[in-house]
Design a protein around this ligand. Structure first.
Ligand code: MF3
Ligand code: CO
Length: 290
């Protein structure tokens, strides 16, 4: 390869000529930087091969959650869910990302009722009729990370809890619809927040979503109580999670000091959360895991 040709290769690693790859992108970023907006650093912009890898990882994540959804019911312990996730992820060629992550002891997070997130699977936690549970699955496949979670209602649950779970799901759909290239991440969070508040709920402020793909947690941090016209500009090639935690009562939470992980609502009222991994595209966005 001649020196000149090498120089012209795009920084994204696509192998394409810079001129026809990210040249126009960089001009746009430069313009936004001059206006003092927060713009994505190059390291979080994925090339097509990386997007495909994350999508394949996401396919495993989806299959594992499908597997859980077919088996979860009253009488099952969250330890059993952990075993399903460990076994099914391995069978599909992946590795559960939570296992050993910053000392997390299990393969999945299982958060029941007033547990907001990061619930640790346990033999003692047996699901009973009326419970709502979030199962949060994350997969590493060929070095690519994906992350998504779903809520499950165990048997008949109260109308109150059912509505919380439904609105939490709508919040994610509304967030996804707000993902558009060159608009503000803060607009997405504001749309989520407005929907929750309109329905009488609150949104946890201090825990949010995150960039994902080449690592479990990358920039940006993704809030869901944000203001329009703030936060990072969304650019094509960014991949992040939308995972608002919606509380029936107040937004205050605390961490269980005995395990250092599990987050609870301060008032003991239930919380619900769904999570998707999305990629920003030229047209809008693509869901890579749900
Ligand atoms: N999916 C969860 C998140 O993004 C995973 C938490 S880290 C873990 O917050 F170690 F608890 F898995
Ligand atoms: Co996440």
């Amino acid at each position: 390869m001649k020196e000149k040709e090498r120089e012209e290769l795009c920084w994204c690693g696509s192998g394409r000529a810079y001129e026809r790859c990210h040249r126009a992108f960089d001009e746009k970023i430069g313009e936004l930087m001059r206006k003092k907006y927060i713009t994505p650093p190059r390291r979080i912009i994925k090339n097509p091969a990386q997007l495909q890898g994350i999508e394949e990882s996401g396919r495993i994540n989806i299959a594992v959650l499908d597997y859980v959804s077919q088996r979860i019911r009253e009488g099952v312990s969250t330890r059993q869910i952990d075993q399903w996730v460990f076994q099914k992820t391995g069978e599909l060629g992946g590795v559960p990302a939570p296992l050993g992550y910053e000392g997390f002891p299990k393969s999945v997070c299982t958060s029941v009722n007033d547990q907001v997130c990061h619930g640790i699977p346990s033999e003692e936690c047996v699901l009973r009729e009326g419970d709502i549970i979030n199962v949060d699955v994350s997969t590493i496949y060929k070095g690519y990370y994906s992350d998504s979670s779903r809520m499950f209602c165990i048997g008949r649950v109260s109308e109150e809890k059912k509505r919380l779970v439904e609105v939490a799901r709508e919040c994610v759909r509304i967030g996804v619809e707000a993902v558009k290239p060159w608009s503000f991440l803060g607009d997405m969070g504001a749309a989520v927040h407005e929907h929750a508040v309109k329905n009488g709920y609150t949104v946890v402020e201090e825990i949010g979503g995150h960039g994902v793909g080449l690592a479990f947690h990358e920039d940006p941090w993704v809030g869901f109580t944000t203001k329009r016209g703030t936060e990072m500009i969304m650019a094509p090639g960014m991949v992040f999670t939308i995972e608002p935690m919606i509380n029936q009562g107040g937004p205050e939470v605390f961490v269980d000091e005995s395990n250092g992980w599990t987050v609870y609502t301060a008032d003991g009222k239930p919380s619900a959360q769904w999570e998707v991994t999305v990629a920003v595209t030229e047209e809008g966005c693509r869901i890579l895991a749900y």
